[in-house]
Design a protein around this ligand. Structure first.
Ligand code: ASP
Ligand code: MG
Length: 835
């Protein structure tokens, strides 16, 4: 035997009721069923409203009554159509007449005591059950029988919240249904009213709002149903509120205890107390969706499906942890009180005094956390209880407060977040995982409590951090996918290439378990923000039509306001202003990825501060493209250091421009003409002196030196300038090459001198013995640096391990494509670092 309950939203329109009828017919083909229905959606509220109007006297309630009457009559006609028989219509008319009489009585007496209200609201379920039963019988040839539970469910006389008297109720139910099922016709389907019962002397009662679930559980338990199905308008119980966690999913199965914890902390769908009769008999309860009957739903039972109590928490890189935690819920509008300086250690009864005082003031304490060593006690109450709590404390501890050692403070707008799961019991490391994840995301926890059941870990965060906190926990416990949201600044060559690469690789990343979205884009004029992610097929239009003027601080704040869990700034500019705003992005909980060298060459003090800030906030700073564009220079260096190798020397050609010039220079074409040609080909900076000065090479050396822990600044690097001081000043103009030609002879002599020795000239930066220098050097023909081509970069690491032959990295070291690729590889790295 199965019990099926259909809630108000399942019986709101003729279409829905037709779906319900199909579900009923299908269920009834295999076994006996009992159906319990709610009033049509909204009717209970309308009846209460109508009763209140009647109570205020006059005939004002009539219009409301007529609406109610019309809705039910229309429903009956639309459902039964031509098949409608006179008796069906009469049954409904009679109920409506009775309802009108009751309302009239209320309006005459100008009084609506709870018992009258119960009588009025009972018509909702009675009408609904009668109409659905008629429909099944007339239109679908299902022998059905209307069951008015007022004759069966016996309660006390606590109207509107009546308590069920189970002995009598169970006896009635068993007797009634036994008779019904053994009579004729054989396969009759009872359609019973939810929500209502009666006192022993026959006065109508209701068992509390949304009581139909409870009715179904009472009936199902009395009749020893194999399962109780609660049909509603959602797919089941979710792992978290989908309005907060977009990737929340339907839990296939949870235990009775988990359901209880989840509903205590505000999970919607079902109040666990309503299924208590089912729990007592271990009858599973299945939540199903009338709007989507094929969805599996959530099964609440005494079994914990798939509970492995191992410690996968630590070993698995992306723990699904289905077994450990089941759901996350939260309660907003909490006020947290902290009492300090109480002599609680060794003074028995202090906590008792506090909680007695709170109880006396009718304050409901939701969470308590006590640190005995610090003499503090902390507790959370709902905002509406805060005033009374304050009064209770002020009074109870009035003598202690006089000595000024005892103080208390109060924080409103807090949220309690609770993680629930049977598997947490006895699984080590769960709370560690929770607080590690929160810490990494800079979420400040003001109180922690672990339920005595060990099935619940709760903590208090400020309201502003709630969304991020819940998402962080959801990702840590429930998601295999790693999410990353990016904010891109700069959409020039590199930025737009990167956006194209991200667009192209999205599906691939997804297949690898990475969900990478771009949630913000800014150029020098405007920015756009989208929490869901910007469509990378049309970011240009979106940016061009945005009305938000570019402003790095605001951009950072807007990103921060999204409360993302994993996010990173990708700075694709060369601008010092963006670097100035890095601290704001870090405060917005963002990692930083950039080809922009400006941060890594900041004056030491500022550089050190920025690095410290990132370390404090547990944020990654990735800048592979700072040296050698996409070539894995920085990561190789880090790997060498991390693996315990000692760096003896780093030497390399770090400038694609200078590399091209000296790879090509053969003494035939004058040096200045060659530089002019390189400029024409776009290999140099607009002002070629920026390349010839060696400053760019110097900056890269500085970056490498700082990787080795050397507290260097630019002044610590010796740089040979290939432009004489006289030509270095002033703005660049075409006339530069004419003047630069005067030095062609000197360069040619250096070249010839090297050539005589069988060597070539290369502009090289080197770092060795704590000294950094950049300049023109000779290399013998056999040396790896001698055989470079085009704009190649080449870097040689001589280390303790790579001592005989150095570790060499060589390849194109400039260009938007390879630079964007370096940035992309940082994004991949970050994805792998993220937990
Ligand atoms: N119709 C009642 C109410 O709205 C009972 C129920 O829907 O479960 O509270
Ligand atoms: Mg309801």
């Amino acid at each position: 035997m199965k019990a099926l309950k259909f809630g108000g939203s399942s019986v709101s329109t003729p279409e829905r009721i037709r779906v319900v009828a199909r579900i009923i017919s299908e269920a009834a083909t295999n076994e006996r069923i009992v159906v319990v229905v709610s009033a049509f959606q909204g009717i209970t509220n309308q009846l209460i409203h109508c009763a209140r109007l009647a109570e205020s006297g006059g005939r004002g309630y009539l219009a409301s009554y007529k609406e109610i009457a019309k809705r039910h009559r229309t429903m009956l006609h639309e459902l039964c159509g031509a098949k409608l028989s006179a008796s069906d219509g009469q049954a409904v008319d009679q109920l409506l007449e009775e309802l009108q009489e009751s309302l009239k009585g209320i309006s005459l007496l100008r009084q609506c005591p709870p018992r009258a209200l119960d009588l009025v609201t009972s018509f909702g379920e009675r009408l609904s059950a009668v109409i659905i039963s008629s429909f099944l019988y007339r239109k679908r040839n299902q022998p059905s029988r209307y069951v008015d539970t007022r004759g069966l469910i016996v309660t006390d006389d606590n109207f509107t919240q009546a308590t069920v008297l189970f002995d009598k109720t169970n006896r009635n139910l068993r007797r009634h249904f036994k008779k019904l099922f053994s009579g004729k016709p054989r396969n009759v389907i009872p359609i019973a009213t939810g929500f209502i019962g009666a006192t022993e002397d026959g006065r109508t009662t209701t068992i509390g709002r949304n009581g139909s679930d409870y009715s179904a559980a009472i009936i199902g338990a009395a009749l020893n149903a194999s399962i109780i199905e609660i049909w509603t308008d959602v797919d089941g119980i979710l792992s978290a509120d989908p309005a907060i966690v977009p990737s929340a999913f339907v839990l296939p199965g949870i235990s009775f205890e988990e359901a209880m914890e989840l509903s205590y902390f505000g999970a919607k769908v079902l109040h666990s107390a309503t299924i208590a009769p089912a729990v007592a008999k271990k009858i599973p309860v299945l939540i199903k969706n009338t709007l989507n009957p094929v969805a599996a739903g959530t099964l609440i039972s005494d079994k914990v499906p798939g509970a492995h109590r191992d410690s996968r928490v630590h070993s698995h890189p992306h723990p699904r942890s289905e077994a450990v935690a089941k759901g996350i819920t939260s309660i907003d509008g909490i006020t947290l009180f902290t009492l300090r300086g109480l002599r609680m250690v060794g003074v028995p009864g202090t906590a008792e005094r506090l909680f007695r005082a709170l109880a006396d003031h009718r304050v409901n304490v939701i969470l308590i956390s006590q640190a005995s060593s610090e003499h503090t006690i902390c507790f959370a109450v709902t905002g509406s209880d805060a005033g009374r709590a304050r009064k209770a404390i002020a009074h109870e501890f009035r003598f202690e407060f006089q000595n000024k050692i005892t103080t208390f403070d109060e924080n409103d707008r807090q949220t309690i977040v609770a993680i629930v799961g049977d598997g947490m019991k006895g699984t080590p490391g769960v709370s560690g995982k929770v607080f590690d994840a929160l810490g990494r995301n800079n979420i400040n926890i003001s109180a922690i409590a672990q339920g005595a059941s060990e099935r619940n870990i709760s903590f208090v965060v400020s309201h502003e951090q709630k969304v991020r906190a819940i998402n962080v926990i959801h990702e840590a416990f429930f998601e295999q996918r790693t999410h990353l949201s990016l904010a891109i600044v700069g959409v020039g060559n590199i930025g737009s290439t990167l956006l194209r690469q991200l667009h192209q690789q999205r599906a691939y990343l997804n297949s690898q378990g990475f969900d990478v979205k771009v949630c913000g884009i800014s150029d020098s004029k405007r920015f756009v923000i989208s929490a869901e992610g910007i469509d990378l097929g049309r970011w240009k239009e979106q940016l061009a039509t945005s009305r938000r003027r570019s402003n790095m601080k605001q951009f950072a704040q807007s990103m921060g306001a999204l409360q993302l869990t994993n996010s990173a700034l990708v700075d694709c500019t060369a601008s010092p202003e963006v670097v100035d705003a890095y601290p704001e992005f870090v405060d917005a909980n963002m990692h930083i990825i950039t080809p922009n060298k400006k941060a890594n060459v900041l004056p030491w003090q500022r550089y050190a501060e920025l690095m410290e800030k990132m370390r404090d906030r547990q944020k990654y700073f990735l800048y592979e493209a700072n040296v050698g564009a996409g070539l894995p220079v920085i990561s190789t260096l880090h790997d060498l250091i991390a693996s315990g190798d000692t760096i003896v020397k780093i030497e390399g050609m770090f400038s694609g421009t200078l590399s091209f010039i000296f790879n090509t220079y053969d003494g035939k074409k004058p040096f200045s003409a060659l530089v002019a040609e390189a400029r024409k080909r776009g290999y140099t900076e607009p002002d070629p002196r920026d390349d010839l000065s060696g400053q760019d090479v110097g900056r890269k050396l500085l970056i490498l030196a700082r990787q080795l822990g050397l507290p260097f600044d630019m002044k610590d690097i010796r740089i040979e300038n290939l432009v004489a001081p006289a030509l270095s000043r002033g703005a660049y103009s075409e006339s530069f090459f004419g003047k630069y030609a005067r030095y062609d002879g000197a360069m040619l002599r250096r070249y010839e001198k090297a050539k005589k020795k069988g060597a070539v000239l290369r502009y090289v930066g080197s770092l060795k013995n704590g000294r950094a220098a950049a300049g023109l050097q000779q290399y013998p023909a056999g040396h790896p640096f001698a055989s470079t081509k085009g704009t190649d970069n080449i870097i040689a690491f001589t280390t303790q391990r790579y001592s005989v032959t150095p570790l060499i990295i060589q390849g194109p070291g400039a260009g938007a494509d390879v630079t964007a690729m370096g940035v992309f590889s940082d994004i991949l790295k970050l994805l792998h670092y993220l937990p």
